[in-house]
Every structure is written in structure tokens, then in C-alpha cells.
Design a protein around this ligand. Structure first.
Ligand SMILES: C[S@@+](CC[C@H](N)C(=O)[O-])C[C@H]1O[C@@H](n2cnc3c(N)ncnc32)[C@H](O)[C@@H]1O
Length: 284
């Protein structure tokens, strides 16, 4: 159980998947900081299964969550029914390239891990800006600090595995993005520049971090195992080799629960990483 859930009085938080449970300790302070006690009218653009939408509702905000994926929206509605936020949140189908809302509608637009799926980022940010009220804020959650948990030398294979895993992850991400966005309009600049180029003012960025050590709760254990397993799974040749054979063997040993070197038997793991949010204000 993630410690800060205990004070939340929201049993649905306990039912989230391990990924969202672990990220809760980062996202919750980010959302409190963004809302700052105000009951805002918010659009969650590309809301997916609605987890973060509902965390904003926990702060007293009114929300519309829009996504193009019908299955994700069905899951979002199922989650909504388990909360006390029915009537405060609406999930609806829509495309962020052409939003079904009037100009100047929302106090804030939140878009989390969506823009890297978008072929024409400048166009979509313009569309998100259109539906914001003058003085309203666009919050883009993208990037952060890379996940780290291993010491430099783990006594298996060559030291520096963590750094090579990061390179493998970046190689996979670059190839995957090219694959899903063959028609991408190149925009080789950072997220803060995207806000400046879209004529937002008061542009700022903030990174929220988490640290955890053993003993790990169940969600944290799943999160750690998944981190290694996903790199093995992604090294299926689809995007070229991601790891050398020696590192593959090390990952197999780390993920084998019958092995003495099983990752969750280590007492020296220090899991830490951060998520960033970029914020800009629509001029009055
Ligand atoms: C990685 S998920 C992020 C979901 C959620 N915002 C979160 O942070 O958990 C990306 C979401 O963006 C949605 N999406 C991608 N392109 C979209 C578009 N053009 N219009 C609406 N939704 C879109 C996908 O369907 C998916 O649910």
C-alpha cells in the first residue's frame, strides 16, 4: 500500500494498477500544486483511463476528460463509478486535434503523456490554447528524471548496467515514436519552447520526485520487476537489438525469482525518479 493513500479516504486509489499506485506519490503533490486550493474547470486532453482526471476531482475540480480510445473511456467510466465524483467528471470521446468545445471554456487544460503521440504538436497546443479562458493555464506533463535504482556495480556482468538500460529505453522510444508517427512534423525543441512558440506567457517547469527503499510494498515490487522485464520484452528485434547478450543474461538472472540474484532479494536498491510538468498562461 502506498503510504500517502492512507490519508486520502478514497478506497478506489487502492485498486489502481501498480504503475499508478507508485506514481501517486509524485502526481498527487503535482496536482495539489497546480490546483492550489481552487475549484477549477479543467479539460484533461487525452485522459486515457482517467486516473489523473480523478485525482484532480479529489481536489474539488470539475472536469471533462477527452480521449479518442473508446476502451480507455469505458475503463475511465468504470473507475469513476467507484468514486464519489460522479456528476463532477464527464468522460467523452474526442480528438485533441479538433476539440468539441467553444473557445475560452476552461480554467486549465492538463495533458499528460499525450503530446509525444501527436504528429503536429504546434497545431494541437494551439487547439488546447483555443479552449482555455484568457488567463487560463496549459499544463503539459512530459518527461522528467530517468528512473534509477541500481548501484554502479551489481556484481553481475559489466558495471554500469543502469546507464545501458537507459540507452536501451531511449533507443526503443525513438524507434517506437517513428513507427507510430510516420507523418510527424518535426519539432526538435523542448516542451517549454513549445509553450513559448504557442505564445503562452509565464512559462515555467517543475519536477516532482519520489524515493523509495526496501522493504517494498506489493505495487513497488511489481513496478521494479516490470522495469527489467519490459526491457527484455521490448528487445524482440522489432526495433533492432537494444541490449548486448551479456546484459540480456544479467536481466534474465535479475528477473528469475528462483535465482539467488533475483532483483527483489537485493537490500541495496534505491528507487528514485521524477516527473516534470510545463506550465504556460494564455494571455488575456
Ligand atoms: C500514454 S496515454 C496517457 C493517458 C493519460 N493522460 C495518463 O497520463 O495516464 C496517451 C493517451 O492519449 C490518447 N490520444 C492520443 N492521440 C489522441 C488524439 N489525437 N485525440 C485524443 N486522444 C488521443 C490515447 O488514446 C491515450 O489514451
Amino acid at each position: 500500500m502506498v503510504s500517502s493513500h492512507e490519508n486520502s479516504h478514497a478506497p478506489w486509489l487502492e485498486k489502481l494498477d501498480f504503475h499508478h499506485q507508485v506514481e501517486y506519490d509524485i502526481i498527487q503533490p503535482m496536482i495539489s500544486w497546480l490546483c492550489d486550493g481552487q475549484n477549477l474547470h479543467i479539460l484533461d486532453a487525452g485522459c486515457g483511463t482517467g486516473t489523473t482526471t480523478l485525482l484532480f476531482a479529489n481536489q474539488g475540480c470539475m472536469l471533462v476528460g477527452v480521449d479518442q480510445d473508446e476502451t480507455a473511456l469505458q475503463n475511465a467510466n468504470k473507475l469513476l463509478e467507484q468514486t464519489s465524483h460522479v456528476g463532477q467528471v464527464v468522460f467523452q470521446r474526442g480528438n485533441v486535434n479538433q476539440l468539441p468545445f467553444e473557445d475560452d471554456t476552461f480554467d486549465m487544460v492538463w495533458t499528460s503523456y499525450v503530446l509525444h503521440h501527436i504528429a503536429d504538436k504546434l497545431h494541437v497546443v494551439g487547439e488546447l490554447k483555443r479552449v482555455l479562458k484568457p488567463g487560463g493555464r496549459l499544463a503539459i506533463r512530459e518527461g522528467g528524471l530517468p528512473l534509477q535504482m541500481l548501484p554502479h556495480d551489481i556484481g553481475l556482468g559489466e558495471p554500469g548496467l543502469q546507464d545501458r538500460l537507459r540507452v536501451a529505453q531511449n533507443t526503443w522510444f525513438t524507434a517506437m515514436t517513428r513507427h507510430i508517427l510516420p507523418d510527424e512534423k518535426p519539432y526538435p525543441f523542448g516542451w517549454s519552447q513549445l509553450l513559448l512558440d504557442s505564445k503562452f506567457t509565464d512559462v515555467q517547469a517543475r519536477t516532482f520526485v519520489t524515493d523509495f527503499l526496501p522493504p517494498f510494498n506489493k505495487a513497488q515490487q511489481q513496478f521494479i520487476l516490470h522495469y527489467f522485464q519490459r526491457t527484455l520484452d521490448r528487445d524482440d528485434g522489432k526495433y533492432g537489438p537494444l541490449l548486448n547478450d551479456a546484459d540480456k543474461k544479467t536481466l534474465e538472472q535479475l528477473t528469475n525469482e528462483n535465482s539467488e540474484t533475483f532483483i527483489l532479494k537485493r537490500r541495496d536498491l534505491h528507487v528514485r525518479y521524477g516527473l516534470s510538468v510545463y506550465l504556460g498562461v494564455k494571455p488575456a
